[in-house]
Design a protein around this ligand. Structure first.
Ligand SMILES: Cc1ncc(COP(=O)(O)O)c(C=O)c1O
Length: 402
């Protein structure tokens, strides 16, 4: 499994003299691997190359403080202890948001500061790029610029187990010391053959190419229709991971039950896999889905979305009408200094819990109208009023729960 691949490899690839710098949205298996290794950890803002660079610079400047403190004898100045290794860990496609990492920038930064780069391709291998070779293929990154490419066989390959790709020294090291390798049985031959056959089809046949194409088309089709219906989705247009936002954790159970009743298999996700107020349902689109399959799901989702109340995006027509009205009035958006405005609204118990982006939208709307609006939408057409109302209810539920 990918979980064991991450947790028993990062453990060997880093140690007490290393620093692991992890994207905040990385999968839990990465954190488990880091814990086993005893390496220090720091995180950077999800998908922000700028913040990654800031975190690297700060840590290089401080050095390994924990070790320095241990080394210094009482009363003597704490010595500067440099890191032996800095390992940056990102995902090829984020499992909870469907987003791709800014890999070109990350590669540039890792080269600049002499770090190592580990990319978890659980959701990108077999799904992205012309021949399914993953995020490097998709974004035109030289494979040799990534030190470790990790993947699972449980998704695109329909098997079990996982892999690590890297230079021969790294792989030899993992073979010798990784617990998965030394105290766990290797893949059974049928599972290994399943992986090899899937690779063969993907890389060398027209069928493989057609499957990648239809996966992309299906993802774009499905995402677009969800958006047109009023749902909020995350991620890149052609990402096969399509999260539909529920926000309110109280909506997880009804959504799950209604989908199951209609024979639709999807994963509902809530805290701790997501922030508490960012519950979602995740659809993983396959190349094998036909247009009829997708239309069946979309028709039911249209109905379920009304029952559960999770169509947070205002319908296109509504927005267009409003935009026309606004331009007739001649009103325009006042300039906004995002940071100062966001700090001010932190006093509001409801707004405080919104994401930075949602907060900005609420503030923007209030600024436009000169006061609290009964109705608001952001540039993406997300109905902030609805999100706010949900959160009021949720706040009540959470308080009662205490
Ligand atoms: C990014 C990422 N890494 C690792 C894993 C673990 O893979 P597996 O389910 O094969 O254990 C997952 C699982 O979804 C994942 O999303």
């Amino acid at each position: 499994m990918g979980f064991a691949t991450n947790s028993t490899s990062i453990d060997i690839l880093s140690g007490p003299d290393s620093l692991v710098i992890s994207d905040r949205d990385n999968h839990a298996s990465i954190a488990v691997g880091r814990k086993f290794s005893g390496a220090s950890i720091d995180t950077f803002v999800h998908n922000s190359a700028e913040d990654l660079e800031r975190v690297i610079r700060r840590n290089i400047a401080r050095g390994n403080i924990n070790k320095a403190r241990r080394l210094s004898s009482k009363g003597e100045p704490v010595p500067y202890v440099p890191w032996k290794k800095i390992l940056i860990v990102v995902e090829g496609t984020y499992s909870m948001s469907g987003e791709f990492p800014p890999l070109a920038d990350i590669v540039r930064i890792k080269k600049k500061y002499g770090c190592y780069l580990y990319v978890d391709e659980a959701h990108s291998i077999g799904a992205l790029g012309h021949t399914g070779r993953g995020i490097c293929d998709k974004l035109g990154i030289d494979f040799s610029d990534v030190d470790i490419l990790m993947g699972t066989f449980t998704k695109s390959f329909g098997s079990i187990g996982g892999y690590i790709a890297g230079d021969s020294k790294t792989i030899d090291n993992l073979r010798k010391y990784s617990l998965s390798s030394i105290i766990s049985e290797p893949l059974c031959s049928t599972a290994a053959q399943q992986v090899l056959s899937a690779l063969q089809v993907l890389r060398y046949t027209k069928e493989g190419e057609a499957r990648i194409m239809s996966l992309h088309e299906n993802a774009i089709y499905f995402r677009k229709h969800l958006s047109d219906m009023g749902f909020v989705t995350l991620g890149e247009d052609d990402s096969p991971v399509i999260p539909l936002m529920l926000y309110n954790p109280a909506k997880i159970a009804p959504m799950s039950r209604l989908l199951l009743e209609r024979n639709i298999a999807a994963v509902v996700v809530g805290f701790p896999a997501t922030p508490l107020l960012e519950a979602r349902v995740r659809f993983c689109i396959s190349a094998a889905h036909t247009k009829q399959d997708l239309d069946y799901i979309l028709t039911h989702l249209d109905d379920i979305g009304d029952i559960v109340g999770c169509k947070y995006r205002k319908k296109e027509k509504l927005q267009e009408g409003k935009r026309e009205k606004k331009s007739e009035d001649g009103s325009s958006d006042p300039p906004l200094s995002a940071e100062s405005e966001l700090t001010d609204c932190d006093d509001d118990p409801i707004i405080r819990d919104l994401s930075e982006e949602d907060k900005l939208d609420v503030v923007l709307k209030e600024k436009r109208s000169g006061g609290v609006q009964s109705e608001c939408e952001n540039e993406d057409g997300i109905d902030c009023d609805m999100v706010k109302k949900d959160r009021e209810i949720e706040g009540f539920v959470l308080n009662v729960g205490k």
